[in-house]
Design a binder for this molecule. Structure first.
Ligand SMILES: NC(=O)c1ccc[n+]([C@@H]2O[C@H](COP(=O)([O-])OP(=O)(O)OC[C@H]3O[C@@H](n4cnc5c(N)ncnc54)[C@H](OP(=O)(O)O)[C@@H]3O)[C@@H](O)[C@H]2O)c1
Length: 252
């Protein structure tokens, strides 16, 4: 499904990753201007930036673990694009830590919360103020099935960070409605990206499919249509909602 997103100025975090890159391609292909944030991997974004040069796309290197960096990111993007209409909090990490190792557990907890939740909250807080001034905007938070179903015990921090995004989404939606600010979350099950393929062996990768009602891997392109639709602004009456995209592996 193609939409016309011309005039939309989007800040997309984690644009260099498996899901982010596919979202970036789709939004640029539908005429949005997209600020593409990456951290360590600029490479995957270069061909896209060549196809859609400034001002259609622009690249921003940023470690979202720091709130100072989050602030600089918003300031640079608003200076370059003039405004932001849509924030997509997509960057994330998936790190495990056994409960028995206290030092490592705390490090992983802090890193995960800072990148997956605190940065998303901080960026949302900043754009919220900006959206109030400009009379509206949309925030899309990429959460996870783990927010609702839980995860294995080593991934406690990940699950907690993704549940936090659900509360963030609903609170922004409740307060934002009167200012034409709408907020949504998307909770994917396993998606076939580096995040999944790096931690699973072939057998596990094969098994994942059979935990779903649909026995096929979910690909980034299967998440993208929902993101595009939410970017149009036409779903405002669903503000605060979460959209599960998990191949029927967890239904609520
Ligand atoms: N894959 C799955 O199975 C799955 C399932 C449910 C939800 N999700 C969620 O979907 C989102 C995208 O995941 P993905 O599968 O596309 O993962 P991915 O391929 O590993 O990409 C992760 C992205 O996050 C960025 N990132 C990591 N650490 C960062 C930091 N400190 N500061 C700024 N950016 C940072 C990465 O940037 P660089 O590569 O440039 O360093 C990359 O763009 C995540 O929020 C994830 O939790 C994924």
């Amino acid at each position: 499904m193609e939409y016309n997103l011309s005039g939309k100025k989007v800040l997309l975090t984690g644009a260099s990753g498996g899901l982010g890159l596919e979202i970036a391609k789709a939004l640029l292909g539908q005429n949005a201007c997209v600020a593409l944030q990456y951290y360590q991997n600029k490479g995957p974004l270069l061909p896209l930036h060549k196809t859609y040069p400034k001002p259609l796309s622009n690249l921003y290197k940023c470690d979202l673990a720091s709130t100072d960096n989050c602030e600089k990111l918003i300031n640079s993007v608003t200076a370059d694009l003039g405004t932001i209409n849509v924030l997509i909090n997509n960057a994330g990490i998936y790190k495990g830590a056994p409960l028995k190792n206290n030092t490592n557990w705390l490090d992983v907890w802090e890193e995960t919360i800072n990148i997956n939740l605190r940065s998303a909250a901080y960026l949302a807080k900043m754009v919220f103020n900006h959206f109030v001034e400009q009379d509206g905007g949309t925030i899309i938070n990429i959460s996870s099935r783990a927010a609702f179903r839980g995860d294995t015990i080593n991934y406690l921090a990940y699950s907690a960070s993704k549940s936090g995004l659900i509360g963030l989404t609903k609170t922004i939606a409740r307060e934002g409605g009167r200012n034409n600010i709408h907020c949504f979350s998307i909770a994917p099950g396993w998606i076939y990206t580096k995040m999944a393929t790096e931690i699973m062996d072939r057998e596990q990768l094969e098994q994942i499919k059979y935990e779903q009602a649909i026995h096929e891997w979910i690909r980034p392109k299967d998440i993208v249509p929902m993101v595009s639709l939410l970017c149009t602004g036409s779903m405002k009456y669903a503000t605060g909602s979460n959209f599960d995209i998990n191949g029927g592996s967890f239904m609520q």
